[in-house]
Design a protein. Structure first.
Length: 566
């Protein structure tokens, strides 16, 4: 089975940094920053930015600042601040003493705004938000100047000071830069720098009712912190001219803004607005629902941080938008877990088998390998008893051709145990459903091989019916039924997969899993990789399926290769 290429694609940003270092543009310094807004939980798209910014700085002996863009108090919460910090730490990055907030610089930003007013490059405007949009013009038509664009400097200074003092209601006045209402780049048509919001701020309380817009705060905050390479997604490419304009007018140290393509992942949405809808409308069970593309959701589902970092490396950094197949992320998760996750046996949909020639009450302990990929992982004892459970789908009374698992009169191997032969099928007389099998085992085949050399075509996993531990198992699938729900016609929520969560309770697991700590990972043999959920109790574990054993990514690659060859 083919495997994906593990070599990270070329990174054009790295080439830029190397050239800057060669020419001494920033004196050999490399300082990046990760600037999330604390208005939601981080998702896999943010992971790409985190890995890029922290990783690039580390590779060049620099550092990455962690700065919250907390300029919109009406949407920001301490919960989000704390969750974002936890996610970055979990992903494996440490910002040390370099934690900052845009609100740290509110006073300095205000002072620079006053400077632009004094220089005749900013003015207080009384147009409403709708009027500002109307005056802005279109891509083919120039905008119109505000009636208040040419206020006297002293009047602008007075109004701006009173705006800060809280004399005016929300939305009644704005401070706008005075640039060019006929500029081909609409972002330069007298953009808003400040708006009035009488909302308490999670850090500054009621000290401010005047808050900077992102485009105004962004470049100046980068300049204050001495950022060398300010990495943004492509939607900010048209904003770069404004980033540069502010810095140039103020005569400040000038970082370099570089844009890259954001991550688009199949069968999900990465728009924060849409994710908030899913949470608020209870389409999912909160931000950390394992079906969500949030880092909190992926952590709860059992995605290892190393797998996410590997995924971010493999998708590379470019400028062209593309849709990355979810199967690649799943491949990275599977590849990582395969190396170290302990193997255990669990039966999700049990069918009882009574082994008639095994003594009642007897328990025989067998040796099972914890991880064949890791010889140092050792072994564990598993109990074998007269009554066991196998998966219901591993038995067919009238099997078709190429079905090699258990059937009447057929012999199979029980994993780490013995050969088992079925000779009787017990059915519910009312429904005709198979409720029990009866058979015999060959005690000479302990460990799974026969001294006489006879072979069987199937090996089944199993658990002791009398000693297994009951558990709840949550089987998660992709949240949406189409690869790109945001691009489809109609409401994206109509494509939510109704089968994205199936709960099996009870399922049955090895008794060795009693007391397994939340966050622990296991491979349920033949079933997939699972993680212990925080909802677990000491005597009732809950397992989330992290990823199946099916290597969908390899199949995708194989299909693509066949397509190219046809």
């Amino acid at each position: 089975m083919d495997k994906p290429d593990t070599t990270p694609p070329p990174n054009f940003i790295r080439y830029i940094v190397e050239e800057d270092n060669r020419t001494g543009k920033f004196g050999g310094r490399v300082i990046t920053r990760f600037p999330p807004e604390p208005n939601g939980y981080l998702h896999i798209g943010h992971a790409k930015s985190i890995c890029l910014n922290f990783g690039l700085a580390a590779d060049f002996g620099g550092h990455c600042n962690f700065r919250f863009d907390d300029t919109n108090p009406s949407k920001e919460e301490v919960e989000y601040v704390e969750s974002i910090q936890a996610d970055v730490r979990w992903l494996g990055f440490d910002w040390g003493e370099r934690l900052y907030y845009a609100s740290d610089y509110f006073e300095q930003l205000y002072g620079w705004a006053v400077q632009l007013i004094k220089d005749g490059k900013a003015f207080v405007c009384e147009l409403s938000p709708d009027e500002i949009r109307d005056y802005r013009g279109t891509l083919t038509e120039p905008g119109r100047e505000s009636p208040w664009r040419n206020r006297p400097v002293e009047e602008n200074l007075d109004l701006f000071e009173r705006m800060r003092a809280g004399e005016f209601p929300d939305g009644s006045l704005t401070l706008r830069a005075k640039i060019d209402m006929a500029a081909p780049n609409i972002n330069l048509r007298d953009p808003v720098m400040y708006r009035i919001k009488h909302d308490p701020h999670h850090r500054t309380g009621d000290a401010w009712c005047l808050y900077p817009m992102y485009d105004w705060a962004h470049g100046q905050c980068d300049s204050i912190e001495g950022i060398t390479h300010s990495l943004c997604t492509m939607e900010y490419e048209d904003h770069r001219a404004l980033y540069d304009w502010y810095l140039d007018q103020l005569g400040l140290y000038h970082p370099q803004q570089i844009e890259f393509a954001r991550l688009n992942l199949s069968h999900t949405v990465l728009s924060k607005r849409r994710l908030i809808q899913l949470v608020q409308e209870e389409r999912v069970n909160g931000w950390d629902d394992p079906r969500m593309p949030t880092l909190a959701g992926m952590r709860r589902r059992g995605y290892p941080p190393a797998a996410i970092r590997s995924f971010c490396d493999r998708i590379g950094v470019g400028k062209r938008e593309n849709l990355v197949d979810m199967a690649l992320l799943e491949y990275c998760v599977r590849e990582d877990l395969n190396r170290w996750a302990p193997r255990v046996m669990a039966v999700l949909r049990p069918l009882k088998v009574v082994i008639e020639n095994f003594p009642e009450g007897r328990v025989e302990y067998l040796e099972a390998v914890n991880n064949p990929e890791d010889p140092g992982a050792g072994t564990r004892p598993i109990p074998f008893t007269r009554e066991i459970y196998i998966e219901r789908e591993d038995f067919l009374e009238d099997p078709p051709k190429k079905f090699y698992r258990l059937a009447p009169g057929r012999e199979v191997r029980l994993r780490y145990a013995f050969f088992l032969k079925c000779h009787e099928v017990i059915k519910d007389p009312a429904t005709g459903e198979v409720v029990e099998l009866r058979g015999t085992y060959d005690p000479e085949t302990r460990g799974g091989s026969a001294p006489d050399g006879r072979q069987v075509k199937a090996t089944l996993h199993w658990v002791s019916a009398t000693l297994a531990l009951p558990a709840a198992v949550r089987l998660y699938d992709r949240l949406f039924t189409v690869p790109h729900p945001s691009s489809e016609a109609g409401d994206f929520k109509q494509y939510i997969n109704p089968h994205s969560l199936e709960v099996i309770d009870p399922a049955w697991v090895e008794p060795s899993l009693a007391g397994a700590a939340p966050g622990s990972h296991f491979q349920f043999e033949r079933l997939g990789y699972f993680c212990v959920d925080p909802d677990s109790t000491a005597d009732r574990p809950v397992f989330n399926r992290t990823v199946t054993l099916r290597d969908a990514w390899a199949k995708v690659q194989q299909s693509e290769k066949k397509g190219k060859g046809s």
